[in-house]
Every structure is written in structure tokens, then in C-alpha cells.
Design a protein around this ligand. Sequence first.
Ligand code: SAM
Length: 556
Amino acid sequence: MALYHEAASILETVNNGKTSLKAEVFGKKGWKSDGKTLFALTSEAAKWSSILAEMVEKSGILKLEKQLSPTLALVLTHDLLLSKKGIALPQKHGLSATVTRHKARLSAELTKTRLRKGFATVDALRAHVNEAATKEEDGSESYAHPRWIRINTLRTTLEEQLSTTFAELDRVSSVKGVSNRSSKALYIDEHIPNLIAVSPSVNFNSSKPYKEGKLIFQDKASCFPAYLLDPGKEDGDIIDACAAPGNKTTHLAAILRSQKGEEARVIACEKDSFRSKTLQKMTKLADLEGVIEVKTEQNFLKLGPTSKEFSNVTGLVLDPSCSGSGIVGRDEGGIVVHLPSTNAAASEPTSKNSRKRKRNEKPSKEKPVPESDGTEDVREEEPEEAPKDSLELAKRLIALSDFQLRLLQHAMSFSSARRITYSTCSIHGEENEGVVVRALLSDVAREAGWRVMKRSEQVDGMKRWHRRGDLSAVEAALQPLTQTSVVLNNQEVADAVIRCDKSTEDGTMGFFVAGFVRDGTTKGDENLQHADAMHEVENGGENDEDEDEWGGFSDE
Ligand SMILES: C[S@@+](CC[C@H](N)C(=O)[O-])C[C@H]1O[C@@H](n2cnc3c(N)ncnc32)[C@H](O)[C@@H]1O
């Protein structure tokens, strides 16, 4: 029967970004299958594809059943487990048999995914998947996430790309103009230089300039930290403390190079070994001039802030691991078909022992390195897994924010540093305003004279950005600190820090960034209405335990 082969071929074409699902199914003559059935199957499989791809990958069936392509496995698995009628083929049909014999394994993977996402039943998961899909298609309520592309000025210019790669696209004057799924439009961002957004239906994944590192796929919000740091001619070296996969590193390098020419130097530090490799690849591709020095498998906390090597470091970008709660899932963007990797090995059967993770061992979130260039599949951060309950979330946020504070305080210890940006792709106040307040009130910040970078002091685009910090989160962070005699100017701090919300007309992911400055001449207590003698703010991550990395939670 042609249905599954035709559906698989349609998903392949749509995934290449050449056309839309509707245009492919109904606009093309010659399909043997009924159009409505074909559309229903392909759109359902696309909707479920992130879940199905993971199940197929983990089950390892692509390795065992060589006649299955990733898209064919997707549509067959969809009908096997999620369609009421099952696979529309006789049981003995060869194609049906190739997936049916793995039904137990695939079902187990579906159960694991469902539980991990926090849904008690398949129907609850289905409702969630449907709701997400309805939102995507309802332009009035939610906006299709545009594809943000930063033009890498280390390798090309905006003008060159506008007149070549993007010459065919219609120019629009608002982000909303590119949020329409069927449009082929381009918007030049009004806040971040050299950043554009294109409609979700246009895909430059396989374009030459992308493969050459001239285009960097980077959400608008993720461009804020390097831009807010705003390094200039007078600056020395800049450290990107938590760098992989390297989007902010290459952005920093581009800005610094434009200011300092050959003198520009960015030191990129990454602790994780797998992500270090991605960072190396990405920077090698994007930075032919050698502005960036990569420190692989390097714990930032182990860099000596007063050592000679870093005596010329005047700025730091700190974008540490976070809950990832602001991330826009790939399925919240345009029609994206998630495909299982053909290289994926079957996951180990879950035994009691294998489920246990050692304390401090980082949960493995990495995707296999694609053979092509390895940059696009390692994300800046992984989306948050739904916590079981509010208690688990609270615990998670305490551990994360202590870790983030510790890194921020370390950044504040660099002897020549004058500016720092701290960012997360989290929506939780604890990881954002909470960390900022705790850092500002810490001895480290006060002794070194760090204060928040006020809105009025920020680079033009950031000054104009409308979403600012959450005042109630600033106040909430101060509440437990009853011991302190220091009073912050809460409103000024809230206005100084920057937020992005996901799924709004801004077209960004959820994000947070704060700038810190120290003037060098004062003790920098400008945000403090009165600063009394040295005080014990709180433990604030200055614990003796050698916890130098966010290690996730153990299952124990
Ligand atoms: C949110 S990601 C960074 C994304 C990156 N800034 C970008 O824009 O592409 C956080 C990174 O910090 C790394 N990391 C966590 N703890 C670290 C530490 N102590 N030292 C250095 N890197 C660390 C993680 O492995 C992860 O790659």
C-alpha cells in the first residue's frame, strides 16, 4: 500500500523546508492515496514527531530494520501506537511486520516519554500535543516562532547576505510579519545589529553560507548577552565562561573584532567534554581570524581570577546551565518534522541499577554528533523536564541558583574585570532576579565594587528593549535576607535587568540577562541606598563543598 511510502516522502520534502504540508499533499497530483487520509497521517505524525523520533531512536529499530527510513518509521510507529485503527495494512504485510515485531519496545519508550513529561495517560499527553499544535496554527493567539539568523560578521556582512542568500525574501517591518507560516519574509531586527528573522517556512539549514559559518541560527534573546556587554576599543580580553555550543562566543568575537581588529581576543571556556568538541567545531568554522581561544574541558571555577594569564580580562559573559524553562520547543516553531537519527543505538534496558545516577554525575542530555557539521544539534540549553511537583521544582531551583550564584561570584573576582553579563534561558525568578540580588548583596560584589548596569547606561538596543525585570521577583529574593542591613533600590534593579517572554509577538524564547559594572573609582554601591559595615548576607553558594558544576539530580 502506497499510503506509508507516500506519507514518508511528503514528510521528507516538508522537512527540507521546500514546501508546506498542505501544498505538498493537495497541490501535487499523482498521489495514489486519498488526499484527506494522507494529510491526516502526515500532519499527525509531524505533530507527534519529536516524541516519535525519540521513541524510534531509543528502540534502535532503524539499525535492525534496514528497509525503514526515518520518516517511514515515524509514520508507521504513529499508526501502530497512536492511531485508533492501527496500521492500515494487513498484519502479515511486510511493512507492517517490520514495526509490529518491535511493538513492546516502542510502547515501553512511549510510556517512558509520557511519564518523563509528567502525563498520567496517553490521552493526557495527546491533549497536550494537540493543544501545542492548535496554538501554533492559531496566529491570533500565539505566534509561530520565527527563525532568527545572526549574520556572522567575522565572515561576511549583512549587506552581502541580503543581496545574495536572502534576496528572494519579502522585507517586512515587524516580527509579526515573519510569523505567518505561509509567508516567505525577512525582518531586519531593530534592537540587535546584524540579526534578521525569516518565516518559519524558509529553511537555510542546507544553504552554503550556513555550512560555511556565515550564518548562525541564534534566537534573538540569546544575542542579548554579548550585545549588552558591549565591549569596546578600550577593552582587553573577554571571557565566555560557559561557552558551548558557542553562539555567544562567536557573537562576542564578532563585536570585539569590529572594535579592536587584530587585537581582539575571546577566551571560551567549556567544562563538558562532548560540548567542548562542538564548541571547537563551531568556533573553527565561524572564526577564521582566530579571535577565539577555546579552553576545552575547562571548569570556569578553576580559572584563577588573579592569575597573570587573565590580568587583561576586562569583561565576562556568563551564561551557565539553567532549568531551560524559557526554551521554545522545536515543535512550537513552524512545521518541523523531528526525525530519528539512523545512527542511534538502542537505549540500555532499564534495570534498577542502570536507573541510578551517581551523585554529581551530569545527566546525559547530549545528542549524537551529526556527521555533517555537528553544530546545530547541540542546543544552547535543553528544555526543562517537567518536575513531578512544586516541591521538586523548588528543590531544583535552589540547587541551580546556588550553582549560578557561585559562578557569578567567581566572575566578579577577576581583578581587571569591569563588566559582566549574566544570563539564563529560564523564566524562574530564582535563577534570574534572585541570583542578581544575592550576588549584589554578597561580600564578593561589595568588596570589589560591582553594581548592576542601569538601563540608562546600556547600549542603545538594550535600553530600548521593553521587557524588563520582575519587581516581585526582586522583592521575593530580598525577603529571606532579613539579616542584611543593606537596602537595594528594587525598582532600579528591576528596570536594569532584561527579560524576554516566550510565545509573544516578540518572537523570542524566554530569557533573562543582567549586566554588572564596576567603575573602578568607587566601591560601586550605587544600587544600595545605604551600605553598612560588612555583613553576612547569606551563605550564597560560598559553601565549602567542592560543588563546581550543576550536576542535575540523582534518582536516589
Ligand atoms: C547554557 S549553556 C551555554 C550556551 C552558550 N553560551 C551559547 O550561547 O552557545 C551552559 C554551558 O555551560 C557549561 N558549564 C556548566 N558548568 C560549567 C563550569 N563550571 N565551567 C565551564 N562550563 C560550564 C555547560 O556544559 C554548558 O555547555
